[in-house]
Design a protein around this ligand. Sequence first.
Ligand code: LLP
Length: 448
Amino acid sequence: MHSFRYRGGKLYCEDVDLARVAEKFGTPLYVYSAGTILDHYRRLDAALAPLQHLICYAAKANSNRAILKLLADAGAGFDIVSAGELFRVLAAGGDPAKCTFAGVGKSGEEIEYALDQRVYSFNVESEAELEYIDKIAGAKNLRAPVALRANPDIDPHTHEYISTGSRENKFGIALGQLPAVYERAAKMRNIDIVGVQMHIGSQITEAAPFADAVTKVAPIVRDLKTKYGIKFFSIGGGLGIVYESSFESGVKEWWSVGRDRRARRGTMPLSIQQYVDAILSALGGLHNLKLRILLEPGRLLVGNAGVLLTRVRYIKHTGEKKFAIVDAGMNDLIRPALYHSYHEIVPAQEPICRASAAADPKPLEKIDIVGPVCESGDFFALDREMPEICEGDLLAIMSAGAYGFVMASNYNSRPLPAEALVSGDKFALIRERQAWEDLIRGEIDLQF
Ligand code: LLP
């Protein structure tokens, strides 16, 4: 569920007309719904009620401090992958004792910082990293809380770039090697074994890969509980969201055409409850052994809670095609270019209203919606059936709350976009748009 709806022909986020937000802060602009994020968090938390659990929001999905603060205030922990993310979480008032530090290549400086801040756990991905953490903790006279990341060798049926739990991936430790690495860890002087972790991939839309992975790892977890008294089992993140019918607009003609098309593609969501039920039955009572179950959702909490607003600069007809050239580019939202991912795109002004003078709305037309960046990969939609789009129109690229701004860059020397947060009928800027001066800040005139 999310809070983007047409009201009186205008696209609203909660109780705010998005056109007003775009006028005030300009475009391209990310807009997030606080209510949607909290709703997702609370629904997951409620579904997990039968378990002793902790939701560690994967900060990488959207790490704006205002978003982190919302979740910290709601009681969330955080899954972090860099010292920078830990710094942000602390700046947002997050509790380091609810932070797990993941990642295959932690630096010495990062490990020191996380030790000093007393994170809940280091999720360790190799023996080499384990040795390094032991050494650094020893030098500080501290003990490092550690969970090893298991690689269960499961195909999560997702895009190959975001599949992480199969044996070809760089992540985790193979199940066959895991007991031996735990034995080594147990002998290290400055390591406390506190848990076991896994994460099989992202944007997973079936329950089976999660259930299979838990089923495979569960006997090892049981063993580790007996041997080392581990405190937690983290199942990772990865629950997918619906990108292709993320939007509900009543029964407008242009929309219902899209709905038929989406139904044929058959990507229906896996609900939070189905996901939790699958995990619960795969755990097979494991959670009754005084074991805290951790989840690390990112996309699920924020993905459908954000849109990227962009304005159409030019309409261009070539012999072959019609293009809408918008003011957002692949530098602002790289997902379509990088993963060929689908994002719903809807006009801020509902098409049927514009056509209200005519008896019938205009038919849908195929159009490429592209950015201004000098690459042919700079597109948001190709041959997309859309209502008529005109120069100056405001469009919303849906489901852009996760892996949107955080993956933005200054490519083509384009300033980073602004971000705004809506809550009820209020909205506020949570990140300023970069200025041109920001583009050269930090660059140094050559001294020789
Ligand atoms: N835990 C770990 C260890 C992870 O590596 C990730 C995501 C998560 C949790 C959160 O996964 P989620 O619940 O958001 O699926 N840029 C890509 C997604 C990369 C995900 C990387 N790891 C995209 O735009 O689809």
